[in-house]
Design a protein around this ligand. Structure first.
Ligand code: PLP
Length: 443
């Protein structure tokens, strides 16, 4: 392949590539290589990847175990059609079921998160014979038509043009915004569950096929549900015969210190969707894990779901190597340990900076909520308003070699799960420095 300069890569990109969720024509940093928690641009500038890109490179960049597994499989067979069995696909399905709850029965493979949710929604509708899908406002489930309509944040708006029917939104347990204090979990859970049950009644619970939710909301601010909330949602699902779909696309695969985010709660979902961390993005892959009951249903009914690349051989080989790596290297235990270092630092930021309203963290999944006023909890950027504040904060971080993303008034910090304590301690002071800049610039 022709070797281009960084400038040539950037110019071609600017002229010909369409970029997600933005107006076209902006310049984008050309990235030449990546290793561990770092990537480098063509001028040799190093960036610490403090968001695991889009919370997917969980095992770091260029992890040799995954790279070698891909190479080995590529030499043997890159792709076999879904109708055939292949060793990586069979093995990965078994490994995913081994780390799932004991009520789960089979896996349907997709190419990513949106397709996983799209197919989970179809399966729940086929299984229940019902139409409506309940999801939350502060959520993201993907950009395709069904997943886009299930999504709650503004990224759903284009999917809603012309519409897809049966999608109903409900209110998230965003306890900080709604004024709840620490220690008020029970009260908060009861409040949000009552709202949900009321809404189910207005919609007719017998019309509702599924409630889909991120066990721990990711891109919309790492919202950790209050104690009892997830168990309460499960109870409502049981009461009304509704399927519970846990979207583990971002929270899954060790991110929170457990293999799946819902495992922090005392629940068993009916369907679990995953992507991202299953291969760390080295080759794109997603999937839906379904309960034994749903799996049995589709032994007698045709599964009207299909994708040319379902169970892609190379992707599944990357998946097998990734799952093995998580387990053999005890990644969840490591996340719990280094997660404490991150948590202590973020809690300190709340004490130190007037602009930090709350720190939310679980494992290496975290966000800082940036506020204008700590007393009133008024967000620095009101919901739905696009201004330059958050992009400027991200740019200040990036200038100092700290790469991450933020949405609304949240800064997400979700480094690769392989990050060491020393690496964390080396890069977190940059965030501290930029928060001082935010205090001085915007308050
Ligand atoms: N679900 C969640 C929770 C996500 O965070 C994302 C993407 O960020 C998706 C689904 C969509 O995944 P994909 O971009 O692979 O379609």
């Amino acid at each position: 392949m022709k070797k281009l300069t960084g400038k040539e890569v950037q110019d071609l990109d600017q002229q010909y590539v369409m970029h997600s969720w933005s107006k076209q024509g902006a310049t984008h940093i050309p990235v030449e290589k990546a290793e561990g928690i770092y990537f480098w641009d063509y001028d040799g500038k190093r960036y610490a990847d403090m968001s695991s890109l889009l919370v997917c490179t969980n095992l770091g960049h260029n992890n040799r175990a995954i790279v070698e597994a891909i190479k080995e499989q590529a030499d043997k067979m890159c792709f076999m059609a879904p109708a055939y069995a292949s060793e990586p696909k069979s093995l990965l399905a078994k490994k995913i079921l081994d780390i799932s709850e004991d009520n789960m029965g089979r896996v349907f493979f997709t190419n990513g998160g949106a397709e996983s949710n799209e197919n989970a929604i179809k399966m729940a509708r086929m299984f229940t014979g019902r139409n409506k899908i309940f999801s939350r406002y502060r959520s993201y489930h993907g950009a395709t038509l069904g997943a886009g309509n299930a999504s709650g944040d503004w990224r759903r708006f284009a999917a809603e043009i012309g519409g897809a029917n049966g999608f109903v939104k409900f209110i998230d347990p965003y306890t900080y915004k709604d004024g709840f204090e620490d220690g008020e979990d029970e009260k908060a859970s009861a409040y949000y569950l009552k709202l949900l049950e009321d809404q189910l009644h207005y919609e007719g619970p017998y019309n509702v096929a599924a409630i889909i939710l991120e066990s721990i909301t990711g891109a919309n601010g790492v919202l950790i549900p209050p104690k009892g909330y997830m168990e309460g949602v499960r109870e409502l699902c049981d009461k009304y015969g509704i399927m519970l779909i846990c979207d583990e696309v971002m929270a899954g695969f060790g991110r929170t210190g457990k293999m799946f985010g819902f495992q922090h709660f005392n629940i068993k979902p009916d369907l679990v969707t995953f992507a991202k961390g299953v291969t760390c993005g080295y080759v794109q892959l997603g999937g839906v894990v379904v309960s034994k009951e749903i799996a049995k249903f589709f032994e007698n009914e045709p599964l009207l779901c299909g994708l040319t690349y379902s169970g892609h051989t190379l992707a599944c080989a990357a998946g097998v190597a990734s799952v093995d790596y998580y387990l053999e290297n005890k990644i969840c235990e490591h996340v719990e340990k280094v997660g404490k270092v991150l948590a202590d630092f973020l809690d300190e930021m709340v004490e130190k900076h007037p602009c930090v309203g709350q720190a939310r963290h679980i494992g290496l999944f975290s966000a800082l909520e940036i506020v204008k006023n700590k007393e009133t909890r008024e967000p620095m950027v009101p919901y739905g308003v696009a201004n330059t504040i958050m992009p400027s904060i991200m740019a200040e971080l990036k200038k100092r070699g700290f790469s991450t993303f933020g949405r609304e008034n949240n800064i997400n910090i979700c480094p690769p799960l392989t990050i060491t304590e020393e690496e964390l301690k080396e890069h977190l002071p940059i965030l501290d420095e930029v928060l001082t800049w935010v205090d001085e610039t915007y308050l």
